[in-house]
Design a protein around this ligand. Structure first.
Ligand SMILES: NC(=O)c1ccc[n+]([C@@H]2O[C@H](COP(=O)([O-])OP(=O)(O)OC[C@H]3O[C@@H](n4cnc5c(N)ncnc54)[C@H](OP(=O)(O)O)[C@@H]3O)[C@@H](O)[C@H]2O)c1
Length: 301
């Protein structure tokens, strides 16, 4: 299958691309730059701001994975919040408009969303049917998912994956948590009780590939989280153990995080306990069934 990935050059896209290539699929990236990282991957240019896309990308695609979006780990000024929103909504809309105009069908359209869709809760277990939150991240996810859902009108199997915290030692939330630990300043964040829906980057990429290849993953939304929900304090303690670093500092209070990070502190303080039953019922199996095994593979292999 020829799989076109928007934002394929990012953390998740690179891992998905490797897995697809290993399975004999062809991979193309939609990118705002023309960097060639891997000769096996065709790079097609697009500019969602100008609603421009290389028509060869549409011709190439048998299926699409939609990941593109500006990082949320930048200070949330009003201007930057708009970039976070527009980069997801405009990119997805551009794809929809072009596939609709072209009349080209796809085997599947699999789009990223995030568990930020749900509100904060220390006790509720969120399923795909749970009501959305009302904060900034939730509104982004709702608008992004609505754009992706338009592909259903084209009779294309349309899957939206609400992604948890993707574990990678070099990029994303885990690397930010590990950095102070390595210097001996690690500590749980806030009250440490917030639920953190982690998933190893390999398992997340495998979930995208599973959703792409299997009709059993029917049109709809799926939580893309790991096999076990853990609280921030448990995650920090396990990380310290795997890195063989002491953890003696008291938790970093929420007000301090808000002073340091502004509104973006919401990411570190969010509490989301998510059910993975729906994706498991489609036959998906994890490679990493415990946080410790996931962290050991990432840091000690
Ligand atoms: N990593 C996580 O823990 C996590 C959790 C939940 C949801 N997600 C979502 O999953 C998606 C992929 O995540 P990731 O970690 O792979 O992200 P990433 O490493 O930041 O990569 C995202 C890609 O999107 C493209 N991009 C960046 N800014 C853009 C803009 N303004 N307009 C259009 N495209 C832009 C970039 O590709 P080019 O520079 O090549 O154009 C970039 O490589 C993201 O949308 C993210 O919000 C990630």
């Amino acid at each position: 299958m020829k799989v076109l990935i928007s934002g394929g050059s990012g953390l998740i896209g690179r891992e998905i691309s490797e897995q697809l290539l290993r399975k004999g699929h062809q991979v193309g990236w939609l990118s705002r730059s023309s960097i060639k990282e891997n000769p096996q991957i065709q790079v097609f240019s697009w500019d969602p701001d100008r609603m421009e896309i290389d028509p060869a990308a549409i011709e190439f695609a048998d299926a699409v994975i939609n990941l593109a979006g500006a990082s949320i780990a930048e200070r949330w000024t009003p201007h930057y919040k708009n970039i976070i929103l527009r980069s997801r909504v405009d990119g997805t809309r551009l794809l929809f408009n072009r596939f609709r105009e072209d009349g080209k069908s796809l085997k599947a359209f699999v789009s990223a969303s995030a568990v930020g869709y749900y509100p904060n809760s220390e006790d509720e277990l969120f399923t795909e049917d749970s009501a959305p939150g009302s904060d900034f991240l939730s509104l982004i996810c709702q608008k992004w998912e609505q754009e992706a859902q338009n592909f259903e009108e084209l009779n294309i199997r349309t899957v939206r994956l609400r992604i948890g915290i993707v574990l990678d030692p070099e990029e994303g939330a885990l690397s930010q948590m590990a950095a102070p630990l390595k210097w001996g300043f690690g500590a749980p964040l806030g009250n440490g009780k917030q639920w953190m829906p982690w998933i190893h980057r390999y398992d997340l990429a495998a979930m995208f590939v599973h959703a792409l290849e299997n009709e059993s993953v029917s049109t709809g939304v799926y939580n893309a989280v790991g096999p076990k929900n853990l609280r921030n304090a448990e995650l920090t303690t396990t990380l310290a153990k795997v890195l063989k670093k002491p953890l003696f500092l008291p938790p970093v209070p929420a007000f301090m995080l808000k002073l340091l990070l502004g509104e973006m502190a919401a990411i570190a303080l969010a509490s989301t306990k998510c059910s993975n039953s729906k994706i498991c019922s489609t036959g998906f199996q994890y490679q990493f069934t415990s946080l410790e095994s996931a962290l050991k593979e990432l840091y000690l292999r």
